[in-house]
Design a protein around this ligand. Structure first.
Ligand code: SF4
Length: 709
C-alpha cells in the first residue's frame, strides 16, 4: 500500500516503456479506481489516457478463465490444468525426442513480467537445450540492443529520465513521444516551459510531437543515417569534438568519420539524401553543436528498419564524439515500446542473448550452466522472431508455446504467420483473452494466464528502473501466473528440482543472484544487492534503478561519464555505418511507402485497451493517412475507403487526408485485427525484411499501392 493512500496498492502501468507508477484501489466488485503514483520517479503522479483508463479494462467478459484443449474431433473443449499441462509436457518431450531440441520454440512478449520471462528462458536454454526463445520485443527495440552492444559492449542505456529535465536540447528521432510515451513527453514539455529547452523532431510525419517543437526535420524514410553522418562531419569540421574523451574512452573514430564523409560530405549532400531543406539542417547542426546538454531520444522510427542498428550507431557516434554521454542532461536514449521490453532483455528473452546480458560465449554458457545446474545448455543463438516463424512455415519447428502476444496480427507478413501456425503439431497459447487471431489460427492447448491487476512480479522501464507490478485482484476462474504454468510443465518434463518456485519473489532472487554470479564488474547488468531480499522486502520493493551492486547502497546512476565501457579494452566503439538505402524502393506497381505505428489511445492488438469506450472514442476506426496530393493522384476522398496492397497482402482502410504526411508516404495504425475489423490487419502488408545485426523487421517502408474501393 502507499503511505499516502493506505487503501491503494502501488503497481506499474501495463502499457508502455515509460513504466508509470499506478495506485489501484479495488472496489470489491472486481474493479478498481486508478490514479497516478506521486511517489514513483517515472511519472510523479501523472498518467496518460491509456494509464488512467486501466480501471475500465478489468472486466472478465473477454477472459479465458479455464484451460482448453483440442479434442480428436477438432473442437476446443474445457479441460483441467493437470490434463493441459500433461499434454504440453508430453507433447514437447515427444517432439524433442523425435526431432531434437531445435524443433521446439517459445515466443514471448514484452507484456510478461521478468519472472515469467526468466523461467521460460531457463527452461528452453538450460534444460530443453535450444535457444529458440524469442519475443515480440524483437519488433520493438532489438536494433537498440544491437546498437548498444556494438558501441558499448553491452546493452546499456546510459542515462535516466532525469536527464530530460536537465537537457537544453532534446532531439526526438523516429519517435512520436506525444502519443507513444505521453508522460515522458509531458516531462520534456515541462522542461521546455521552465527552462526554455529546445525540442527538435526528426520524423517523416508531422505528428502530435511536432506541435510543440522548435524545429521539425521531415527526413525521408530510411535516411536518418545520412542526417547523423552529416552531423558528425559538421561537428568535426567546426572543431566541436571532444578529442580528450575520444582519445581516452573510444576507438573507431577515424573509420566512422571517413564513412560519414562518404555518406554525407556536406550540407548539400545531406539535404539531397534527406529531402530536408539545407537551412533547417544547418539550424539543427548549429543547435547540437552549440548545446552541451543534449539528449537524443529514439524509438521505432529508428529501430524498425532494415538498417536500424546502423541508425542507432550513427546517433551514438555523435554523442561519443562530443563526450555528451553519461553526464546530467545528455546522452543517447532509447525509448522502449513495451512495459517490460527491458526486463525481457535482462533475463535473456532474446534468442541471441543467454541470460543477465550474457552472450553465447563458451565462458558464459559454462557459467550459466553451473549456476542453473542445467543438464542441457543451448550452445548457440536461436532463431530471431521473423526467422523463427519462417522455420515454422518450413515445418522445421513443430511445437510452439506463445505467451501474451498475438503474432498473427503483429508480425510482418501476418497472413503467412497465421498459415504457418496451422502447420504446427503442437501450438500452446497462454492468454488472457478467450479469442484473438493467433488463437483462431488453431491452438491445441489454451492456458488461462493471470492479467494485469492479478499477477505479481517486476518490470523494468526505459531508464533501467525495476518496479513492482502487484496483484490487487484475486485470480479469476482458473487463471494462473505464466511462471507457474512454465514451472509446472518443466516439472512434468523431469526438471522439477530446478523449477520448485513458490512465488515470484523466489524467481526474482534467483535472477538477481545470476546477474551477480562471477560478475567482477565486466558485465553491466548486476542487481546482486536484490538477491537476498526477504519476501516482505520484495513485496515492499521501491522502484529501483540498476545496477544495484551487493554491499552498496541503492542509488540512481548513469553509465560511462568516465568511460568504463564493457568491451575488452573498456573503450566504446564508434561504428562506420553502411550507406543508407531503402531495402526495397517504390516501383510503378507499388509507388508509395507504407509506414505503420501506434495511435494515442490504443495498445497493440486492442485486447485490453479496446475494452475502454473512452479510449475507443479517440480514433474509432482503422484508417490510412496520406498527403492531399497523393489522394488526388489516386482518386481518393477523405472518409472514403481504399484498398492498400503490397507484395505480401492487402487490406481496406478508411482514407484520412493529412498535409502532415510526406508525399509518397502512407501511415496506417497497427492495432486492428481480424477480431476487430476483418479487413484491417495491417501486419499482413508489412515486408519480412530484417536488419542484419538485430533481426528487427522493417515496418516503416514497405512499397505499397493504393486505390479507391
Ligand atoms: Fe502507462 Fe505509458 Fe501512459 Fe505511463 S505513459 S500511463 S506507462 S501508457
Amino acid at each position: 500500500a502507499s503511505a499516502q493512500h493506505p487503501l491503494a496498492v502501488r503497481t506499474t502501468c501495463a502499457y508502455c516503456g515509460v513504466g508509470c507508477g499506478v495506485l489501484a484501489k479495488p472496489d470489491g466488485r472486481g474493479g478498481a479506481a486508478i490514479s497516478g503514483d506521486a511517489e514513483h520517479p517515472a511519472n510523479f503522479g501523472r498518467l496518460c489516457s491509456k494509464g488512467s483508463a486501466l480501471g475500465e479494462t478489468l472486466g472478465l467478459g473477454t477472459r479465458l478463465l479455464h484451460p482448453m484443449q483440442r479434442g480428436v474431433d477438432g473442437a476446443m473443449a474445457r479441460t483441467t490444468w493437470d490434463d493441459a499441462l500433461a499434454r504440453v509436457a508430453n507433447g514437447f518431450a515427444d517432439i524433442i525426442a523425435k526431432h531434437g531440441p531445435d524443433s521446439v520454440a517459445f515466443y514471448l512478449s514484452g507484456q510478461l513480467l521478468t519472472e515469467d520471462y526468466y523461467v521460460a528462458n531457463k527452461l528452453m536454454k538450460g534444460f530443453i537445450g535450444s535457444a529458440n526463445v524469442d519475443t515480440n520485443s524483437r519488433l520493438c527495440m532489438a536494433s537498440s540492443v544491437a546498437g548498444h552492444r556494438r558501441a558499448f559492449g553491452s546493452d546499456t542505456v546510459p542515462g535516466s529520465y532525469a536527464d530530460l529535465d536537465e537537457a537544453d536540447l532534446i532531439v526526438l528521432v523516429g519517435s512520436n513521444a506525444a502519443w507513444c510515451h505521453p508522460v515522458l513527453y509531458q516531462r520534456m514539455l515541462a522542461n521546455k516551459r521552465a527552462r526554455d529547452a529546445k525540442i527538435v523532431v526528426i520524423d517523416p510525419r508531422r505528428t502530435a510531437s511536432v506541435e510543440d517543437d522548435d524545429l521539425h526535420l521531415p527526413v525521408a524514410p530510411g535516411m536518418d543515417t545520412a542526417l547523423f553522418s552529416g552531423l558528425l562531419v559538421h561537428l568535426a569540421d567546426t572543431l566541436a569534438l571532444d578529442y580528450t574523451y575520444l582519445a581516452a574512452h573510444t576507438t573507431g573514430f577515424t573509420e566512422a568519420l571517413v564513412r560519414a564523409r562518404e555518406i554525407a560530405p556536406d550540407l548539400t549532400a545531406v539535404a539531397a539524401a534527406t529531402g530536408v531543406g539545407a537551412a533547417d539542417i544547418a539550424r539543427f547542426f548549429a543547435l547540437f553543436r552549440g548545446t552541451d546538454k543534449v539528449v537524443t531520444c529514439y524509438s521505432q522510427g529508428v529501430n524498425q528498419s532494415a538498417q536500424g542498428t546502423d541508425k542507432v550507431n550513427a546517433i551514438i557516434n555523435c554523442h561519443l564524439a562530443t563526450g555528451r554521454i553519461g553526464r546530467p542532461g545528455m546522452g543517447p536514449f532509447s525509448l522502449t515500446g513495451q512495459p517490460n521490453a527491458m526486463g525481457g532483455r535482462e533475463v535473456g528473452g532474446l534468442a541471441n542473448q543467454l541470460a543477465a546480458h550474457m552472450d553465447f560465449t563458451p565462458e558464459a554458457i559454462d557459467r550459466v550452466g553451473r549456476f542453473w545446474r542445467a543438464p542441457n545448455m543451448a550452445q548457440r543463438e536461436g532463431l530471431k522472431a521473423v526467422q523463427l516463424f519462417d522455420a515454422i512455415g518450413r515445418g522445421e519447428i513443430k511445437a510452439l508455446w506463445i505467451m501474451a502476444t498475438n503474432p498473427a496480427v503483429s508480425l510482418p507478413r501476418a497472413d503467412y504467420v497465421r498459415d504457418a501456425l496451422r502447420k504446427l503439431d503442437l501450438l500452446v497459447i497462454s492468454e488472457n483473452v478467450i479469442s484473438n487471431d493467433t488463437v483462431a489460427a488453431g491452438a491445441h492447448v489454451l492456458l488461462p494466464a493471470a492479467a494485469w491487476g492479478e499477477k505479481d512480479g517486476t518490470v523494468t522501464n526505459s531508464e533501467r528502473r525495476i518496479s513492482r507490478q502487484r496483484a490487487f485482484l484475486p485470480l479469476p476462474g482458473e487463471a494462473r501466473p505464466d511462471w507457474w504454468a512454465v514451472s509446472q510443465v518443466a516439472r512434468r518434463m523431469g526438471f522439477g528440482d530446478a523449477f520448485a518456485y513458490r512465488s515470484a519473489a523466489d524467481i526474482f532472487r534467483e535472477h538477481a543472484a545470476l546477474s551477480a554470479f562471477e560478475n567482477d564488474g565486466a558485465r553491466d547488468f548486476d542487481i546482486g544487492a536484490l538477491a537476498t531480499l526477504s519476501d516482505d522486502a520484495f513485496n515492499a520493493l521501491d522502484p529501483t534503478q540498476w545496477p544495484a551492486h551487493a554491499g552498496e547502497p541503492l542509488a540512481d546512476s548513469r553509465f560511462f561519464a568516465a568511460g568504463g565501457y564493457y568491451t575488452p579494452d573498456r573503450k566504446a566503439r564508434l561504428i562506420a555505418p553502411e550507406r543508407p538505402a531503402l531495402h526495397e524502393a517504390p516501383s510503378p506497381a507499388f509507388p508509395l511507402l507504407l509506414n505503420t505505428g501506434r495511435i494515442r489511445d490504443q495498445w497493440h492488438t486492442m485486447t485490453r485497451s479496446g475494452l475502454s469506450p473512452r479510449l475507443g472514442a479517440h480514433l474509432p476506426e482503422p484508417f490510412v493517412e496520406l498527403h492531399p496530393d497523393d489522394a488526388a493522384q489516386h482518386g481518393l476522398r477523405d472518409g472514403g475507403c481504399a484498398r492498400i496492397t503490397t507484395r505480401y497482402g492487402a487490406c481496406i482502410l478508411k482514407v484520412a487526408i493529412s498535409a502532415g504526411q510526406k508525399r509518397g508516404a502512407l501511415f496506417a495504425p497497427i492495432h486492428w485485427s481480424g477480431e476487430t475489423a476483418a479487413t484491417a490487419r495491417v501486419g499482413a502488408l508489412v515486408a519480412p525484411i530484417t536488419d542484419p545485426f538485430s533481426g528487427q523487421p522493417e515496418a516503416k517502408a514497405t512499397p505499397a499501392a493504393i486505390a479507391p474501393v
